[in-house]
Design a protein. Structure first.
Length: 286
């Protein structure tokens, strides 16, 4: 089965598909090792690893290359942020081809202007609905693999209102998108209304301290969402853990007592050492 087929099989099941965000091969492996059925390649996390905020500063090739690293590191489907498609319909066509070539199971394209901003920041702007729908149609019709899942994201709630956002994703579904992503509903009522009013499966973006009202994954499933991404969880955890570890080192001049050391071999195992040791044994490599 292709990556897209595997994801479609998950989405056709009874359970909400939860895809925590990863920003590199190691965090993707950790997501898979934790038992989650899919990995989400976070655009914000990818930008942060290159030293940039989520302001639309990365290029398509930088993002696509990261898709390839994550998809090669895990056996579960990778759902990838493709921002605005990095230009007009021509750029969108190339983006879809490059993401598919790198092994993405799904990607989402949004209706923000370029350069975009994180969906949970203020002062976002969106393109016209007709332009957005045209880009979605270009993406849908240029998929090298028809099973690649195309997700249409709108950020229109903040600027144009909830009704306009729902209309946009419904038009995008009619244009060939497989799933709708209404970013940052502002109330619980709006959040619950998304799966009811959208004419297709819906994605929920779970961002702690973000603009979307907080709900549990169980509540999201009850509302009717089919896919939940949790993009910033590991970025948050890593920043907090690194700050604490570095503060402990600076204060004591030694490995912090509050941080249990992980044996070096175990760290390598988490990065795939067992598979490489098997190769070493098979061929008698030193």
């Amino acid at each position: 089965m292709s990556a897209g087929e595997r994801l479609r099989e998950l989405l056709d099941g009874d359970d909400l598909v939860v895809a925590p965000g990863a920003y590199d091969a190691l965090t993707a492996r950790l997501v898979e090792q934790a038992g989650f059925p899919a990995v989400y390649m976070t655009g914000a996390g990818t930008a942060a690893t290159l030293g940039f905020p989520d302001y639309g500063l990365l290029t398509m090739s930088e993002m696509a290359d990261n898709v390839g690293r994550l998809a090669a590191a895990v056996s579960v489907p990778v759902i990838a942020d493709a921002d605005t498609g990095y230009g007009n319909e021509l750029n969108v066509v190339r983006t879809v081809r490059e993401y598919a070539l790198r092994g993405a199971a799904a990607l989402h394209i949004e209706d923000q202007v370029s350069p975009k901003r994180c969906g949970h920041l203020d002062r976002k702007e969106v393109i016209g609905a007709d332009e957005f729908v045209s880009k979605v149609r270009a993406a849908a019709e240029s998929r090298p693999d028809p099973d690649l899942v195309l997700i249409a994201r709108t950020d229109a709630v903040a600027m144009l209102g909830f009704d306009e956002a729902v209309e946009r994703v419904n038009r995008a579904l009619d244009a060939g998108a497989d799933m709708a992503f209404v970013e940052a509903p502002q109330t619980l009522e709006q959040l619950a209304a998304v799966p009811r009013r959208v004419h297709g499966p819906c994605l929920l973006n779970v961002v702690a301290a973000g603009k979307t009202p907080e709900v549990s994954l169980a509540q999201a499933a009850e509302m009717g969402f089919r896919l939940a991404i949790v993009p910033i969880l590991l970025v948050n955890a890593v920043i907090a853990a690194c700050d604490a570890a570095l503060a402990g080192l600076a204060a004591t001049g030694a490995h912090p007592a509050t941080l249990a050391p992980i044996p070096v071999h175990e760290i390598f195992v988490r990065a795939g050492a067992d598979a490489w040791d098997e190769v070493r044994s098979r061929y008698g490599a030193d």
